[in-house]
Design a protein around this ligand. Structure first.
Ligand code: ZN
Length: 149
């Protein structure tokens, strides 16, 4: 799919995250990791999370390869996950999945997470929804490995 077909707003936000991915440094000190691969388009996500003693995620390391939407979604996710508890992150992940599936209720809650709303534009391109959700799968895996998760 040609990225230029996305609405300008979405495209700009996605390209900006693609160019300047947030939290891209690999964490040396972490509590859990998650990995996800989409062989269909060569996307990969490798994630590290660090928690504080209350379980809140204080640091995120995310290294990605692949298409712009995968990379941008990962960058947005890494920002959104920081400072949240696993329970809060699960609720957010659930919301993102519903949003990408076109759930009208999720859509009505659009914008609580700033940049994440820009992923909404990807919904128009079903083949790219998997790319956008891949980082969130890595996040699920990382949370599932935590003792309090
Ligand atoms: Zn992709």
């Amino acid at each position: 799919m040609a990225l230029e077909r996305l609405d300008d707003l979405y495209r700009d936000a996605i390209l900006e995250h693609r160019r300047n991915p947030r939290n891209a440094d690999k964490l040396e000190d972490f509590d859990t990791t998650g990995d996800a691969v989409n062989p269909f388009c060569g996307d990969e996500i490798h994630l590290q999370l660090k928690q504080d003693d209350k379980g809140r995620i204080t640091a995120v390391g995310l290294q990605g390869e692949g298409c712009s939407i995968n990379r941008a979604s990962g960058s947005m996710m890494s920002e959104a996950a920081k400072g949240k508890t696993p329970t809060e992150i699960r609720a957010l992940t659930d919301w993102v999945r519903k949003l990408m599936q076109g759930d009208p209720e999720a859509e009505s809650q659009l914008s609580p997470e700033g940049d994440l709303r820009n992923l909404f534009g990807v919904r128009e391109y079903p083949i790219r929804i998997k790319c956008a959700l891949l980082p969130w799968s890595a996040l699920d895996e990382a949370l599932s490995k935590l003792s309090d998760g």
